[in-house]
Ligand binder design. Structure first.
Ligand code: IMP
Ligand code: MG
Length: 176
């Protein structure tokens, strides 16, 4: 399955992801009892996670997706995030949960949190399947985290390396 010169080392098997996402779904369902939630998945990485999470939430759920990119190029992030594709379903007055595959520098979630607050959401929370705290540049509070991971290049379950490996049903690390 891996390309020549690349191997994928298993980090989190499918069963463990499934178990943890189930727990997150339960926690969210309890926190929002009597209310509804609006999941905003950040494309493309969080597509798988957002859908799996949605299936395990028992309060009413709305789902939409958006796509972002970092401003400029290179490895030095300016901290600016561009919206390439926005949500279509209105945000005002809703309980937004922004769903990310991984929080790395924190810039994306920091900017989206601000954006959805400006749009007068009733509440905005952040949910990330994975957290790489060693790489944080901005202090962001993630309300729901699946797993904390070390500073390695992670793929699978929606996460890519050069647009590859998103379809792996588990989380792995690319070794070159
Ligand atoms: P940040 O928190 O704004 O730096 O952005 C996080 C985004 O960078 C994630 O949504 C991913 O798309 C991408 N990313 C960060 N670390 C990894 C990784 O290890 N594998 C794949 N994508 C990553
Ligand atoms: Mg992403």
């Amino acid at each position: 399955m891996a390309e020549p010169g690349e191997t994928i080392k298993m980090m989190l098997p499918e069963e463990e992801l499934d178990r943890r996402i189930r727990e997150l779904g339960k926690e969210i369902s309890e926190d929002y009892a009597g209310e509804s939630v609006y999941l905003v998945g950040v494309l493309r990485g969080a597509a798988f996670f957002t859908c799996e999470l949605a299936k395990r939430i028992t309060v009413p759920v709305t789902i939409d997706f958006m796509s972002t990119s970092s401003y400029g190029s290179g490895t030095v992030s300016s901290g600016e995030v561009i919206i390439k594709q926005d949500v279509e379903i209105p945000v005002e007055g809703r309980n937004i949960i922004i769903c990310e595959d991984i929080i790395d520098s924190g810039n994306t979630l920091h900017c989206l949190l601000k954006l959805f607050r400006e749009r007068k959401a009733k509440s905005v929370k952040l949910c990330a399947l994975l957290d790489k705290p060693d790489r944080r540049e901005v202090d962001v509070k993630v309300d729901y985290t699946g797993f904390t991971v070390p500073d390695e290049f992670i793929v699978g379950y929606g996460l890519d390396y050069d647009q590859k490996y998103r379809n792996l049903p588990y989380i792995g690390v690319v070794e070159f």
